[in-house]
Design a protein around this ligand. Structure first.
Ligand SMILES: Cc1cc2nc3c(=O)[nH]c(=O)nc-3n(C[C@H](O)[C@H](O)[C@H](O)COP(=O)(O)OP(=O)(O)OC[C@H]3O[C@@H](n4cnc5c(N)ncnc54)[C@H](O)[C@@H]3O)c2cc1C
Length: 868
């Protein structure tokens, strides 16, 4: 398997023009070279290493292993390769993985196109020649059509930011640049600085050799026992019984390892369920299992805290000295917001008499000395210091090369405030330039073998496409890139990831911009986006050749990530369209969906009562904040197209509004169609508003501090009630809050066409609602279509519209018309949302920010200052 490597190997190819230059000969570069060669593209690969392997060439520290089972952390492109290679352990060691990559290089005769021990220093786009000029540290210059950074996410070690680290006269080691001959710590006093993955893997083995080991910890990290051994029998059986299905399942999974996504939400599960699921994942010793204990591990701090605390209990149960145990317990970041570690006897190591832990948060390092380390309170002498201080991740290796695109644009400068990519694969201003597992792709959140193969395949297919169409260049458009960046940010912003100072956020490198680097929505979702881009004629790319250029410009993902997941889930259920149901069935169906959702936040109290409607008593439910009253009040009208809905249907939303706005919410059960048709609902709403205003004090409210609010058809009757109250001149209304309102029966605006289907509220369903509610002759009446009414002298308004809602344009028209009539209006356009998503409390997390903004505006309507 071994292969003697001459440093100038590949030099023949490298001396002339080539189709593609690839930086990096690790997992990515090797497969890329293989694919491109198969397609007949001349390719040269450079690597600073003297052999293939990338990560597995450099990281030779004791205990280095993968953290994804090796059955899965393997190439899948060639079934024959899979047949001839067998892994000896569940988590293979670095030497075994390196042997594998060397085996791959030999098997496909890859080395002849790889130039080792050579650093690529710069790459510049030559517009006139439509070629990249690539320069290396040994003075070579190549011209190539395409330039690919397969340079790794974790390949640029971060220099230790410790004063005096070059003064030490003993032996210094870096886990990421471990000497090939190894290190012998027998009888030595050793320091390890850093307790990330590399530290956690190496510390038990260094402790087994050293006379004394002192570990310097800045951040305690979550780690679970790897339970290494033979590859798991069930994985092997599944793989061997149907290899194609197994690999396909990996490609279609969230993290790149086959497995079911649980429906158990940790925030709501019982203690028994929580404990049972956690213990089972703890026993499995697999990253994707522990990260998938609940479906909301990275979304809900309640769920996350459950797991974090269970792991802390495990640490306390292992580490004998209580103070050391507490220091080893991670408390400053959510579980999973840094890639959790898999270890073998890591925590047990601290029970050994010659091992000591120093907490740098309490006793920071002042300087490295010529004989050891000085902390603020102690002087240590060592024979050897091992730095396990991590990497300048994801962007570091890319911007370490001086890459210049069109018009002299420097990539380093373009990314000064954080990376900007389209699909994590390309970036505007840099034609024919690709990154493998770049920022904006799932990369480090996944089994990278799967992500790497997907990227390589995408790039190879793209190059083939260009050649087949006689096209020379490809470059993303600013619109597509901005849209992708937004999508990546939106996805991260609903998770707990951005709350941690992690290398995912660039927070471990001083001066690096704080931005969440990977794509969180999963390799399955990501792959679908990449495939769809291709299927839609390379959406968002400009492709140019001698015959001209073509561009189907656009944004590939405009829905919020969690809204898209809800729609996918609903599509899988294959529900019959509601407009084809009877009213009774539609109501029963609504009741079922309500029973299965999160309850919403806890309020001070809820009180059910009755109030006087237009034609008799109506039920209401009052939500009182936990804070001291009296409070401003909100008369609230639920959604449901005047036909469906109830006090229960909008209960979570009312709770949420109550807590956020610190107001008493009175949700009104107005009469429904078809039993009570137009104008029953509107009349009830007006009557209810008057009743609530008149009874403000006894309800615990502040008189004259009343906002009228509603969602959808409820917003319709709320708007009408405001107009009627103005006309009657008796009731003071402080403001109106209209969430995705129905304001006009016309149903002919563009949003009705654009969003006619696929976003829960369809154009057909809206027609069904109108048909049940009002005769066509009545629909133009302002009490049915408030947009057609007199809009002057109305209370200040907040109108919220959702981008993918048939009602979007009529809501916007209402906001415009109110403003024209001189009413103070806030129009909040919820990007990426649908008609229903803003009400899906604790399900569609991206709606929370919109509701927070809604509540802020609502507070501004109240004269009494409500503290934020
Ligand atoms: C210790 C460790 C353990 C890991 N374990 C796992 C795991 O279990 N599962 C998992 O999914 N991922 C793991 N990873 C992530 C791992 O990096 C990837 O899985 C994978 O190996 C990356 O392959 P790559 O080819 O993209 O990059 P790399 O393997 O990093 O290779 C990039 C190569 O590019 C070269 N290079 C960079 N810049 C230049 C330049 N300017 N000129 C010339 N050469 C250059 C580097 O020398 C390097 O050899 C681990 C990472 C580390 C550090």
């Amino acid at each position: 398997m071994g292969h003697a490597v001459a440093d100038d190997e590949g030099a023949g190819v490298a001396s002339s023009d080539v189709d593609v230059v690839v930086v990096g000969a690790g997992f990515s570069g090797l497969y890329l070279l293989h694919r491109l060669r198969q397609l007949g593209f001349t390719t040269v690969v450079f690597d600073t290493a003297s052999d293939v392997g990338g990560t597995w060439y450099w990281n030779r520290y004791p205990g280095a292993r993968c953290d994804i089972p090796t059955t899965d952390y393997s190439y899948s492109f060639d079934p024959e390769l899979e047949r001839v290679w067998t892994w000896s352990e569940k988590y293979a060691t670095q030497p075994e993985i390196l042997s594998y990559l060397r085996f791959v290089a030999d098997r496909y005769d890859l080395r002849r196109d790889i130039v080792f021990s050579t650093r690529v220093e710069s790459a510049a786009w030559d517009e006139s020649a439509a070629r990249w000029r690539v320069r290396t540290d040994d003075g070579r210059e190549l011209r190539c059509r395409f330039y690919v950074m397969a340079s790794g996410c974790l390949s640029l070690p971060k220099a230790p930011e410790i004063v005096g680290h070059d003064r030490f006269r003993g032996a210094t080691y870096y886990t990421s640049r471990w000497p090939h001959e190894g290190a012998d710590f027998s009888g030595l006093r050793v320091a390890v600085v850093g307790t990330g993955s590399s530290g956690i893997q190496s510390i038990p083995l260094i402790a087994a050799q050293a006379a004394e080991l002192t570990v310097f910890q800045r951040t305690a990290n979550f780690s679970i026992p790897a339970r290494n051994g033979q590859p798991a029998a069930e994985r092997l059986t599944a793989l061997e019984s149907d290899r194609d299905a197994y690999r396909e399942a990996a490609r279609r999974s969230r993290g790149g390892v086959p497995g079911d996504v649980t429906e158990v939400a940790g925030a709501y599960a019982s203690d028994e369920v929580r404990r049972a699921r956690f213990e089972s994942a703890w026993e499995a010793g697999e990253l994707m299992e522990i990260l998938g204990v609940f479906n909301d591990v990275m979304l809900s701090s309640t769920a996350n805290d459950v797991i974090a605390e269970m792991i802390r209990q495990k640490i306390r149960s292992v580490v004998v000295d209580p103070e050391t145990a507490e220091t080893l317990c991670p408390k400053d970041h959510p579980f999973g917001s840094k890639r959790p570690c898999l270890d073998t006897n890591y925590f047990q190591t601290y029970n050994l008499p010659h091992v000591r832990l120093v907490d740098l948060r309490r006793d920071p390092i002042v300087t490295i000395t010529d004989s050891g380390i000085d902390t603020a309170s102690e002087t240590f002498d060592f024979d050897a210091i091992v730095y396990a201080t991590g990497f300048d991740a994801m962007t570091g290796p890319i911007v370490a090369v001086d890459i210049t695109g069109r018009d002299g644009l420097s990539l380093r400068e373009k990314w000064t405030d954080g990376p900007s990519t389209y699909l994590g694969l390309t970036t505007v201003g840099f034609p024919n330039f690709f990154t493998i597992t770049g920022p904006g792709s799932p990369s480090v959140l996944s089994n990278m073998a799967v992500s790497i193969e997907q990227h390589v395949d995408w790039v190879a297919d793209c190059l083939e496409h260009l050649r087949a169409r006689d096209l020379e260049t490809i470059e993303p458009t600013p619109l597509a890139e901005t849209g992708w960046n937004q999508h990546v940010d939106d996805g991260a912003s609903i998770t707990l990831y951005p709350t941690a100072d992690s290398w995912y956020m660039g927070a471990n490198v001083p001066g690096k911009p704080r931005a969440f680097l990977p794509y969180v929505a999963g390799v399955d979702t990501y792959r679908a986006a990449c495939d769809e881009v291709v299927d839609r004629d390379y959406l968002g790319f400009r492709l140019s050749g001698p015959a001209g250029s073509e561009c189907n410009d656009g944004v590939i993902r405009r829905l919020q990530v969690d809204v898209a997941k809800v729609l996918e889930f609903m599509a899988e259920l294959e529900l019959p369209p509601m407009e084809l149901m009877s009213v009774g069935d539609a109501r029963a169906f609504m009741a079922i969906t309500e029973s299965a959702r999160p309850p919403g936040p806890t309020v001070g109290e809820t009180v059910d009562g009755t109030l006087a409607g237009a034609a008799g008593d109506l039920p209401y439910r009052l939500y009182r904040p936990a804070t001291q009253g009296p409070h401003p009040m909100v008369a609230y009208f639920h959604g449901g197209g005047w036909v469906l809905g109830s006090l229960d249907s909008d209960d979570p939303l009312c709770r949420d509004l109550c807590v956020r706005s610190d107001a008493v919410i009175v949700s009104v059960g107005y009469r429904h169609a078809p039993e009570a048709r137009f104008p029953a609902a509107a009349d009830d709403a007006f009557a209810a508003v008057q009743w609530i205003a008149a009874h403000a004090e006894e309800l615990g409210g502040i008189p004259d501090e009343l906002v009228v609010a509603g969602w959808s058809a409820g917003a319709n009757v709320a708007a009408v009630a405001c107009q009627l109250a103005r006309d009657a001149g008796k009731t003071h209304i402080a403001g109106q809050v209209l969430l995705t309102p129905v304001v006009d029966a016309a149903m002919d605006r563009p949003s009705y066409v654009e969003n006619a289907e696929g976003y829960v509220l369809s154009a057909a369903l809206m027609r069904w609602f109108w048909d049940h509610y009002a005769d066509p002759a009545d629909r133009g009446h302002p009490e049915a279509s408030p947009l057609l009414g007199n809009l002057s002298n109305l209370p200040p308004a907040l109108v919220v519209t959702a981008e993918f809602d048939p009602l979007r344009d009529e809501g916007a028209a209402y906001a415009d018309a109110l403003a024209t009539a001189g009413v103070r209006v806030h129009h909040l356009a919820a990007r990426g949302h649908i008609h229903t998503s803003l009400t899906m409390v604790d399900v569609v997390l991206s709606g929370a920010d919109i509701r927070a903004q809604m509540s802020d505006v609502m507070r501004s309507f109240f004269r009494t200052t409500v503290p934020a």
